[in-house]
Structure formats: structure tokens, C-alpha cells
Design a binder for this molecule. Structure first.
Ligand SMILES: [Zn+2]
Length: 75
């Protein structure tokens, strides 16, 4: 896949840290599988993965979490 940010690099499968913010609360996921640009480092996370992580983050926030850093766990 061609990178849409720098328009030069190609992406390859790697991992990234995805940070989600909701109303002042921050939940970060480490080692999320992503397509990362070999040129500029932009990370593209699959829609299905980011949607799932958003659900997990919103659950944490409902439980009163303000800052959470967790490792990505595939289900
Ligand atoms: Zn790029």
C-alpha cells in the first residue's frame, strides 16, 4: 500500500502505539498491528482493529479510567 501522507513510501506490516482520547481520558494501546510507512513512519491501523480498540477504551473510560496504557490483545 502506498503511503498517503508522504506519497513516496510503501507500508509494511509492523506494530504501533495507538492513543485514543475521549472527553479528557486517554487510553493507549501498545503493539497494535499496523501498516507502517517505511519512509515517514505513518501508521495505518485496520478499521476493524481500531473499532475494537475504541470499544475497549470506552469501556475503560466508563469504569472511571483517566489514563490507561495497555498491550494490544487480539481476540
Ligand atoms: Zn509515508
Amino acid at each position: 500500500m502506498k503511503c498517503v501522507i508522504c506519497k513516496h513510501g510503501d507500508t509494511q506490516l509492523s506494530t504501533t502505539t495507538l492513543t485514543l482520547e475521549r472527553g479528557g481520558a486517554v487510553v493507549a494501546f501498545k503493539e497494535v498491528p499496523a501498516h507502517v510507512c517505511t519512509n515517514c513512519g505513518e501508521a495505518y491501523v485496520d478499521e476493524s482493529v481500531s473499532a475494537k480498540l475504541l470499544g475497549v477504551a470506552e469501556q475503560s473510560i466508563r469504569n472511571g479510567v483517566e489514563i490507561d496504557v495497555r498491550k494490544y490483545a487480539p481476540v
